[in-house]
Write a protein that binds this ligand. Structure first.
Ligand code: A3P
Length: 331
């Protein structure tokens, strides 16, 4: 069903776009003007605005053709999008940029394909299209008709990935690790609370139309992950199609086309943010590249406390607890 935009929605959307344009201008200048801290704070206020979050899916009723990929940022979102998009297109999902083919409703960039655009799933050989969201489950419309793939990653690795990502985005000196860590631990983080995000989707995990995965299990056995996702999406791939999906979602393959996944600025020109890679290392358990054992343990402690506070029985100790000291290598 196409989204109906009221005048208030349009005005709201325009102001969101204006704000984000300002954010991107600030990010481009942050390093040069020494405003990294202020820029990051401003980005957080925009990305965590309840109004913006509420507006993202307002009035949208998910349908059979929708496959949602729901992740906390830096958890393997593009990896999962690539797998799901290629499955939906039987290994032939061509695109110039991933957001030409995957809507991301909470993001204000005007060049992202709209949720209401029906062309994509009409042209898709399986009739499916993929939607990206980082929003907490409370902001995502649920329907038994649609499918939801939830991917969770060790928060220590999420933290490290986010640090390098934000450093690249602001094209300048990043705030110290200790400061970024304090924000992550005490709820003022750019991407919101990791534990709250997980706790919300954990409640959905037993639904037939929800597939709950971890980055770590995808990493441990990528081909099995692709097989599970295809089965969940109800797509029977031929051996050749399956092999193509696996190949195209391998780290090195995706790294070679990194520009198709890097964020785009909301301008009609000079859209590409350059100078860093989204496909950075693609490793698991390598948070020692940035964090001391004490800092890693602090993340474990805090996330367990937070999950408990949200009444979430996700088995954190079994899945993610533990510090690493070994250096990581690229995947
Ligand atoms: P690192 O920064 O640790 O390398 P998101 O897509 O949610 O922003 O997550 C980005 C993280 O996923 C990055 O982690 C990136 O390298 C990793 N990633 C992306 N594609 C991957 C792939 N095919 N295999 C393994 N990791 C991948």
């Amino acid at each position: 069903m196409a989204k109906q935009w009221s005048l208030a929605d349009r005005i709201g959307k325009f102001f969101t776009w204006l704000m984000m344009t300002l954010v991107f201008i600030m990010m481009a200048l942050a390093g040069k003007l020494g405003l990294s801290r202020q820029t990051l704070r401003f980005m957080t206020s925009q990305m965590q605005s309840p109004q913006i979050k509420q507006r993202a899916f307002k009035g949208y009723r998910p349908a059979r053709h929708d496959v949602f990929v729901c992740t906390y940022a830096k958890s393997g979102t593009y990896w999962t999008l690539q797998i799901a998009h290629q499955i939906a297109n039987r290994g032939k999902g061509e695109f110039g940029h991933i957001h030409d083919v995957v809507p991301w409703p909470e993001a204000p960039m005007p060049n992202i394909i709209k949720l209401s655009d029906e062309a994509l799933h009409r042209a898709s050989p399986t009739g499916l299209r993929v939607i990206k969201t980082h929003l907490e489950s409370d902001y995502v419309p649920y329907s038994p008709e649609a499918k939801y793939i939830v991917v969770v990653r060790d928060p220590k690795d999420v933290f490290v990935s986010s640090y390098f990502f934000s450093q690249g985005m602001i094209s300048g000196p990043m705030v110290p690790v200790e400061e970024w860590l304090k924000l992550f631990l005490f709820g003022k983080f750019q991407y919101g609370s990791w534990a709250e995000h997980l706790a919300g989707y954990w409640l959905w995990r037993k639904r037939d139309n929800v597939l709950f995965l971890t980055f770590e299990e995808l990493k441990a056995d990528h081909a099995s992950g692709v097989r599970r996702i295809a089965a969940f999406m109800g797509v029977a791939l031929t051996d050749e199609e399956f092999a193509r999906v696996v190949e195209q979602s391998q780290f090195q393959y995706m790294k070679r086309m990194d520009e198709k996944f890097t964020p785009q600025r909301p301008f009609p020109f000079n859209r590409r943010v350059t100078g860093f890679a989204v496909m950075r290392k693609g490793a698991r358990g390598g948070s020692s590249e940035l964090l001391s054992p004490e800092q890693q343990a602090a993340i474990d402690r805090r996330m367990k406390e937070e999950l408990e506070r949200y009444g979430c029985d996700f088995p954190y100790a079994q899945m993610f607890e533990g510090v690493s000291t070994a250096p990581t290598t690229a995947a």
